[in-house]
Ligand binder design. Structure first.
Ligand SMILES: Nc1ncnc2c1ncn2[C@@H]1O[C@H](COP(=O)(O)OP(=O)(O)O)[C@@H](O)[C@H]1O
Ligand SMILES: [Mg+2]
Length: 330
């Protein structure tokens, strides 16, 4: 359903170009959940914004293709993209208030988005009774959506404002808005980072249910490898704008090949693992305005060899459907 080929996105800043997304490729099949994992600033949000056609100034897509159901989204006009957004592709953000409008009642916002998607069809009768029925149907459908995403007592909460909702409930309302179209692809940008752990688990469970019931594909962006491990079928690990490792979740977690993935795994606690010291990866992420034609991880890497500084490397398949971009495997 989604096939991204050699996508590069840059922010043209006064300091020079910031290569937020650097020649990445990945794909997603119908109903699949893919995790896009990496430290803050590695280009995860930039990737999602590129897919949605919402790259903010001074950013621009420099090259590559984003094939969604066979059509290249990079070639769409802004009005074509507006039609695709919210209907076929929806996004949920870390902060629900960036999507909800604080001055409108939550139920009305869900209803507005239903209306935009023109899902409700008036049936028979006079103009007035059609209109009455349409209003009734719309509200009923909104309540149904609110119920589906687990908002309790939707008849009351319909009339409340976003500030009267907790963070978890706001995120549920956003998910209801996303479901009001016929979303085939849900882009989730750290949707649970701002929530406490139990609420986080509930939202993940809700997303899992939506994936199961509607077959919605999901790209889950997170800096939390543990969460991705639990939630995603496949994982792509990003570092400094590049995908450095990609494979099925168990391949990446049980048999990590890239020194960065190995480092990430050493730095998180794992349930069931024998007690061991957590080791942070030394150093810090590189400046994306100052990248060179070498592996961006090599200054922090504990397995550097002479090949590392000999130009960039390509993703290699190290076992079936498990890809790594590292000099160790070239
Ligand atoms: N509006 C912007 N203008 C310039 N640079 C930006 C802008 N937004 C993000 N960046 C830079 O792009 C890089 C990738 O950012 P982002 O995609 O937000 O990372 P992530 O979501 O992985 O934390 C970072 O280096 C960030 O500083
Ligand atoms: Mg981000």
């Amino acid at each position: 359903m989604l096939d991204i080929k050699n996508l590069s996105m840059v922010y043209e800043t006064e300091r020079g170009p910031i290569r937020a997304v650097n020649n990445i490729s990945f794909s997603l099949v119908n109903g699949e959940i893919l995790g896009l994992v990496g430290e803050s600033g590695c280009g995860k949000s930039a990737t999602l914004l590129s897919i949605l056609g919402l790259v903010p100034y001074p950013g621009k897509i420099q090259s590559g293709k984003i094939l969604f159901q066979g059509e290249d989204l990079t070639q769409k006009t802004s009005s074509e993209m507006r039609r695709i957004r919210g209907k076929d592709i929806s996004m949920i953000f870390q902060d629900p208030m960036t999507t909800l409008n604080p001055v409108f009642k939550v139920g009305e916002q869900v209803r507005e988005s239903l209306r935009i998607h023109d899902l409700i069809k008036a049936t028979g009768g006079s103009w007035w009774s059609r209109r009455q029925q349409k209003n009734g149907n719309e509200i009923e459908r909104v309540l149904e959506l609110m119920r589906e995403v687990g908002i309790p007592a939707p008849e009351n909460r319909y009339f409340e404002y976003p500030f009267q909702f907790s963070g978890g409930m706001q995120q549920r309302a956003i998910i209801a808005i996303a479901l009001s179209g016929s979303t085939k692809l849900l882009l989730a940008d750290e949707p649970t980072t701002a929530l406490d752990v139990t609420i986080q688990a509930q939202i993940l469970e809700l997303l899992r249910k939506i994936n199961r019931v509607h077959g919605t594909s999901i790209i889950m962006v997170t800096h939390d490898l543990g969460m991705a491990a639990e939630f995603c079928q496949r994982i792509a690990v990003m570092y400094a704008g590049e995908i450095v490792e990609q494979g099925h979740t168990d391949q990446v977690l049980d048999n990590p090949k890239h020194p960065y993935t190995q480092g990430l795994l050493r730095s998180i606690p794992r349930i069931g693992a024998t007690r061991r010291k957590l080791l942070p990866i030394p150093g810090s992420v590189p400046d994306l305005a100052d990248l060179h034609e070498t592996c961006p991880f090599h200054p922090r890497c504990d397995q550097v060899n002479e090949k590392c500084s000999l130009g960039t490397h390509t993703l290699r398949e190290v076992e079936e459907e498990h890809f790594v971009k590292c000099a160790l495997y070239c």
